[in-house]
Design a protein around this ligand. Sequence first.
Ligand code: HPA
Ligand code: ZN
Length: 339
Amino acid sequence: SPLHPLLVSLPKCEHHLHLEGCLTPDLLFSLSAKNNIPLPPPSEDPAFASPSTLAERYTAFTSLDDFLHYYYIGFRVLVTPEDFEALAWSYFLHAHREANVRHAEVFFDPQAHTNRSIPLSTVINGFAAAASRAESELGMSSLLIPCLLRHLPIADSHSTYTALVEGEYFTSGVLGGIGLCSTELSQPPHLWAPIFTDASSRGIRRTVHAGEEGPPAYVTLALDALDAMRIDHGVRAAEDTHLLTRLAAEGVLLSLCPVSNAALKVTKSVSDAPVRALLDHGVRFSVNSDDPAYFGAWIQDVYCAVQEAFGLTVGEWAGIVRAAVEGSWCEEERKKVLR
Ligand code: HPA
Ligand code: ZN
């Protein structure tokens, strides 16, 4: 589309980006060598023969859980604070240079690191160092958002949440909110209600991956039982017009990731993303990359893919970019600059 150069250069806010989802096959193999962490032998999974065979396997995900299997193998090679800092810095620098991202609210999965005996402080200090460097060197604002993991026992979520609160990571402003991600089917949101209710009472911002593979009812539960302020994905909300009307009325932002959805077979293709339904119902949404190193598309590529699929007008894009600013969790002073 002739709009691609404009879409690439538009000032952007990104709301749905997993820092560990920025680990490319090349970086995975080099950190595996540096830290002496073995990857699965190719005799067990031929995808691990080389970075290029792994990248090839990444083009053939069959579901969210098929992706998550590879995703959590990738975590193993992240060990030192410098590894975490370098990973996050690679995202901030790339997003700044290639996509003009001005503000990023980024996820990470603490439990999948502390599980391997990596201290919480190693993970958070490494990511926070990159975030402050992005602020000072790139003028980019960001929020770090830990996600609790649905595929692990609830007790794990409780202990991790307690450690985050007691470490004063929220009150000190190092962390900008709490999220919930990983496997969705058979892990209904309300199981996390005690944690999210506590977060709500402490004024900790809340966002929930819902309606990706799970039914529209999970989006409703995320709003009602978890007091979610934002819905990550929410694709399947489009199956329920009553829910769309509610999302519009309450001004809830959906962080859409149409390339991720196509990659994980949530939709057949990017053109099946509910972009038209959301625009028609007045539901706010932003356009995001999710796990760019796994889906082969960074935010500017996702903007262009959406344009190829929907042929939006410049005015419609202005509305999307504006909704992303308004739906961001930064201070009003920062929003004034972003507008
Ligand atoms: N859904 C759930 N969990 C995730 C995702 C996702 O798209 N990406 C990384 N963790
Ligand atoms: Zn996600």
